[in-house]
Design a protein around this ligand. Sequence first.
Ligand code: CAA
Length: 258
Amino acid sequence: MDFIKLELDGPIAVLTIDRPKALNALNRQVLTEFSDAIGQVAANKTTRALIVTGGGEKAFVAGADIAEMAGLSQAESTAFAELGHRVLDSLEGLPIPVIAAVNGFALGGGTELALACDFIYASEKAKFGQPEVVLGVIPGFGGTQRLTRIVGRARAKEIIFTGEMIDAAKAKEIGLALEVLPAAELMAHCKKVAGNIVKRGPLAVAQAKRVIDAGADLPLQDANKIEREGFAKLFGTGDQKEGMAAFVAKRPPEFKGN
Ligand code: CAA
């Protein structure tokens, strides 16, 4: 892979979009490589959490590649948006927690990529935004929908209609980023949170993610039914027996993910 670095050792994988000369902009090659990397993460049974970040000093991802998009026909732009949606859906659908470490510009497709992660931590120099209207288009990798679901319809409209960037503090204020860290501490913070998660029952964490996501857009009673089913599925697993036996024996659990 030319533009993706994937560290797969140990329980916490780190995926870096590494095309700093173009501020990690997403062209078709980057998206295809990103998709392959997600496949590798999914296939690696020792990986329990994933951190996604951007290479270089300036950017997480400065958007879809404008130079590549400039000449697209309507049919080609449909295919490009479908590729972006497919890749971000597969990132979102990973059965392990995915943390976005937003280390700089996260614009257009960059904010959309971060939104497809389970949650976002931002460095103090992060800048978010959906500047597509500046280019005469709209977000095409899920921004109109995922941003609206996270920050609410009016705030998403403000961000998308103005095309203006928001800084990390504002991103935290509106619930887009969970925390803002000094740049030098961002990755350590993400690894610490991921480290806490990977100590927990892996089947339970995966089930929690599935249930939260599956229920998010459903009426409460239907969503609660999904929760009950997910809860019951965990009973009888090795992880449930180990977690509860460890509590009773006053010792730390040793989960095996079975
Ligand atoms: N696509 C292609 N190349 C990009 C890019 C992008 N989205 N963003 C930056 N680059 C390239 C620049 O063209 C430049 O390349 P050269 O050195 O070859 O000229 C290099 O990265 C460095 O960028 P700048 O010189 O512009 O750096 P800067 O510090 O002056 O500005 C910036 C940084 C404000 C992020 C500016 O680069 C910028 O505005 N980038 C575009 C952001 C944007 O509009 N993103 C949305 C894209 S549309 C989209 O994503 C659609 C969708 O939903 C799928």
